[in-house]
Write a protein that binds this ligand. Sequence first.
Ligand SMILES: [Fe+2]
Ligand SMILES: [Fe+2]
Length: 329
Amino acid sequence: MSNLKFIGKSSVRDNIRLTENPKYPVFKNLYIKQKKAVWFPEELNIQQDVLDYKSLSPTEKDLFDSAVGYFASSELLVQNVLGNGFWPFLTDPYVKMSFTAQMFMENIHSDFFEIILNTFDMDRKRVYNITLEDKLLMEKQELIIRAVDRITYGKADPDSLEGKKQILTSILLNNIIQEGLFFYSAFAHFFAMKDVGKMKNVVSGVELVLIDESLHLQNGIEAILTIIEENPEIVDDIKFVENIRDTIIDAVELELNYLKNKFGGTTIFGVSYKELEQYMKYIADRRLEELGFDPQFNIPQNPLKFLQKEDVKKIVNFFEVSNTEYQNF
Ligand SMILES: [Fe+2]
Ligand SMILES: [Fe+2]
């Protein structure tokens, strides 16, 4: 078995043989789950939602367009972060296979949102520009971009304590905060549409995206926990640990500002800001717990009724992921 740690400097000649007893079996399992989850957007019938889209009210249309615009560029942002950011530091073959499976699915997701843009009467330039023109949406992406740009192209040393912290922070921002918080917020908007009987075929694709994202979230959580286990000196720095917690709570604040601005005092697709606020806090507590922290907000249960339905739970639990995962929604 290789002596290389989870992150480090390796040669391309290292770790090119799979073994019967992988060093990180959880990543072999995650690779297999992602492989089984592969789907293709062409198999969906989203053309059947064309009339629905036309019938949306201006606020409904704005929410739909914003969610599509946000995902359309964020999917390839995740791809860039994986490819340029922390993939070069990974050493183990099954870990690499799990993260490249994720990268492949980011292609599929990007492809899916591109098909949506082309199917409905949407101004693609305007929709793509949503993340540049809406300062609150842009900040959600910039948070990740700033951290990851600090570690690309050899700028971080995975053997130094500082480098390890920077790499861990980038995984946190990408796979936990972007995919596990910000994306989950937008998922709720789509599920709300389905609950009022709109855009059902698009939402069936989003359900598949959600299954993938729950696996990407697990990639991130397992990566962070493994890096800490192998490099316990990281958590000797209490300030750094507090900073991880604060980063998650600050991201919730950022998301709430966005939602407050979008929803104001109104209800869109039957959902209010107040419910989404509680939902975000509920999700954030799950993320904190998954990383070993105490919860912050203590919301007793998911406030969005349509996410408590059995069919949604089944989607989230599709691959018999852990109990913690079952509680995510
Ligand atoms: Fe994705
Ligand atoms: Fe993802």
